[in-house]
Design a protein around this ligand. Sequence first.
Ligand code: PLP
Ligand code: COI
Length: 341
Amino acid sequence: MEKKNIDWSNIGFGYMKTDKRYVSLYKDGKWDGGTLTEDDKITISECAGVLQYAQTIFEGLKAYTTEDGRIVTFRPDMNASRMADSARRLEMPVFPEDRFVEAVAMTVKANAAYVPPYGSGATLYLRPYMFGSNPVIGVKPADEYQFRVFCTPVGPYFKGGAKPITIKVSDFDRAAPHGTGHIKAGLNYAMSLHAIVTAHEEGYDENMYLDPATRTKVEETGGANFLFITKDNKVVTPKSDSILPSITRRSLVHVAKEYLGLEVEEREVLFDEVKDFAECGLCGTAAVISPVGKIVDHGKEICFPSGMEDMGPVTKKLYETLTGIQMGKIEAPKGWLKEIM
Ligand code: PLP
Ligand code: COI
């Protein structure tokens, strides 16, 4: 199969229309058989549940070309399961988890020419999503839904790739206690738009959100979980009911313990402790592991000893091991890579 003529090494994290996308419709209490389509446009009622009451959820995962030329996705079953959790929380019908994995595979296969080559630094980002499509005017769940998957080749989420970023401690919250912070609902991201635009205007790359109840504990950013490394090389990652359970973070916890022999603490992390860590990074599908060099709390700077030039040494080992597994250079734990072709 011939690849598209794309300057793979210089693409950013943006949308590029690819050839095919997957669509399945839910009506009269059941999902149809689903199909691939070339049509990238959607026509729905002006009163659709998604447009009026933001009844929409999504997922994000990637397809990779391995060193030996296969195309694989990374733990798609985990995304299927998280999307099912998101659907239940927003009173949407669950798209069956095995069909989710199959729809992802079909979308990747149909767009194989867009899967970036091994070593290019780019990957194919997959975006499964679901929304209420029929008219809803009283506040209630829709009766009809669309489940879709599109894909787009992407480069690094943060400009500069592996260069450490600067983060602002936000005055806004992205989630409420007992709210929807733990699911991947579009509304969480709408909530974060003013905060991210404000942070960017002030020269920061991202926001650190604190726990909405007490504002003393570290939560996450708008699109990634935090990882910290202590001065004695322990990995510490915040535990909270209002953050998204990142698949990258859960994978890194395993990698740290089982591949690198590091001690890992998943626990509440007080903001007051952050100044004592040696390294900090953001982890997620889009972010992979993006090093954080500096956190600014209302003018007070926390500068990590790892500096603003390079990833810290432990973060780097985690990054290399995880991406090595994803690209087939390091043996993956059983079930982590799903071979597409
Ligand atoms: N936190 C938020 C708010 C996110 O949007 C994401 C991205 O999906 C993550 C964390 C990282 O999750 P994952 O590693 O499953 O991509
Ligand atoms: C992902 O990492 O897949 C996300 O959904 C994060 C988003 C901010 C791009």
